[in-house]
Design a protein around this ligand. Structure first.
Ligand code: ADP
Length: 442
């Protein structure tokens, strides 16, 4: 409609333009000459309008404001309107970007956009400078792993599969700051790294740990005294009290064990990395078997199989404590006549697995994810009866965590369970000397 109107208008104006020329041409007897002059003027005028538009487009200037009704005015009016809209949209986008930047700067967490391939920093907010010491714009384009030198961060970022987050990392800017890292790979080539200041939380956690450790430590002496006096009590003088004395001795032994386990956990929690010594596995297996037999007192069949020519790298004391917790659980939760098998095997990935298999009562599937929690028990009465503290598997989890090993649990109610501690190749050593050789430890 609009288009037709513009064309008609232009046509009318064209007729209006030619008319005087034609009349003058007839009067002067030079019609064709007059039409030619009028046409040259029309072409020149169109050329000028076109030039005006092109000039505005090339130099990104405002298209001329529409004037009149012809086709050129219509074209200018359309272009002018579109240009106004697009400028308005662009201004809104710039405003939005500015707002997002301001919000990102106000964030107390450091937010970094990284290239997924080489971990180059593409963008970071102000907290990135405060928490990680990044400089703007000098550090843009540099690799994060060159700038944040903590080996834990590098290993975590390169690991596959990677844990969701990495906690308690010292800030490169301030020794007292504790940071937690979280990486979200949100597109094929970019990832978001969120670094949070967890100093306060980690202080609270430290206070909690210190409290548990101090209480446990303070309980140790009174318990030793009570335990000592209970041992001295002369049951023969009062035979009717003997069951009471026996119960008191059992309970004080449990309390002592509880305190020892809590102290072990506190020690493990405050440790960053384990001692790295060669842990000879042949004597370890023999010792685990002896412990199982002592605990079983002949009620179970105990076997140890040494199927890997490998030793472990780590803390012998902590690994022994973890394995003996697994073995003691196997004995305690397996009824008389059952079989307990302790096996060391080489794993396909170059690592090693220590498996403790029993033919005991098993664990219902819904409990398995929670049994490593402190004081979590499938059956409280059974655990108490067998002298459990509820902390054994927590200790196992911590020791394995420190050795970057993982615990796998398979269990079937009524048939038995397998607890496997899997160590990666970095924590495994080929055996040397006399211990070399595969054997069953009878
Ligand atoms: P506890 O001192 O109670 O044994 P743990 O942390 O060692 O504490 O184990 C947690 C719970 O897991 C136990 O209470 C028990 O119910 C279950 N559990 C652990 N090992 C076994 C096993 N080999 N067979 C059956 N249940 C087990």
């Amino acid at each position: 409609m609009r288009l037709n109107r513009s064309f008609h208008h232009t046509l009318l104006r064209l007729c209006g333009w030619y008319l005087p020329f034609v009349v003058a041409g007839i009067v002067l007897g030079q019609v064709w000459m007059a039409i030619a002059i009028a046409s040259i003027a029309v072409v020149a005028w169109h050329y000028l309008r076109l030039h005006r538009l092109l000039d505005a487009a090339i130099h990104d200037r405002w298209f001329p404001a529409p004037e009149g009704w012809g086709i050129w005015s219509e074209l200018e009016s359309q272009l002018h309107r579109r240009q106004r809209e697009s400028r308005r949209r662009r201004a809104r986008l710039v405003e939005l970007l500015q707002e997002i930047r301001e919000a990102a700067s106000a964030l107390p967490d450091a937010v970094l956009i990284l290239a997924r391939r080489d971990r180059r920093i593409l963008w970071f907010n102000e907290s990135g400078s405060r928490l990680l010491g990044l400089r703007y714009p000098g550090d843009l384009g540099k690799s994060l792993t060159h700038l944040v030198r903590a080996p834990r961060v590098r290993e975590w970022i390169d690991s596959e599969p990677r844990d969701d987050s990495l906690g308690e990392v010292r800030s490169p800017v301030d020794e007292n700051l504790r940071l937690s890292f979280r990486l979200v790979e949100y597109s094929a080539d970019q990832a978001l790294l969120v670094v949070r200041d967890v100093t306060r939380l980690s202080r609270l956690e430290q206070v909690r740990r210190d409290f548990v450790a101090n209480v446990s430590h303070e309980l140790r002496t009174p318990l030793t005294v009570v335990h000592g006096y209970l041992d001295l009590l002369d049951a023969e003088a009062h035979p009717e009290w003997e069951p009471m004395f026996a119960e008191m001795r059992r309970q004080s032994a449990r309390m002592t064990q509880l305190v020892e386990d809590l102290l072990t956990l506190s020690r493990l929690e405050s440790q960053d990395a384990p001692v790295t010594e060669r842990v000879a596995m042949a004597p370890m297996l023999a010792s685990l078997r002896r412990e199982a037999m002592a605990l079983s007192q002949g009620r179970h069949q105990v076997e140890a199989h040494d199927r890997a020519d490998l030793d472990l790298l780590g803390s012998a004391k902590d690994l022994h404590s973890a394995f003996s917790n697994l073995v003691s659980n196997a004995v305690r939760y397996t009824p008389e006549g059952g079989r307990i098998e302790i096996t060391l095997e080489a794993a396909a990935d170059g690592g090693a697995t220590l498996a403790v298999r029993d033919t005991g009562r098993g664990i219902p599937a819904q409990h398995i994810p929670r049994i490593v929690e402190r004081f979590y028990r499938v059956s409280t009465s059974r655990s108490r009866e067998t002298g459990g503290t509820g902390l054994g598997l927590s200790i196992v989890k911590h020791v394995l965590g420190l050795h970057r090993a993982r615990l796998e649990v398979e269990s079937e109610v009524g048939r038995g369970s397998v607890f496997r501690a899997h160590f990666d190749a970095d924590h495994v050593l080929a055996r040397e000397g006399d211990d070399a050789g595969l054997q069953d430890i009878a």
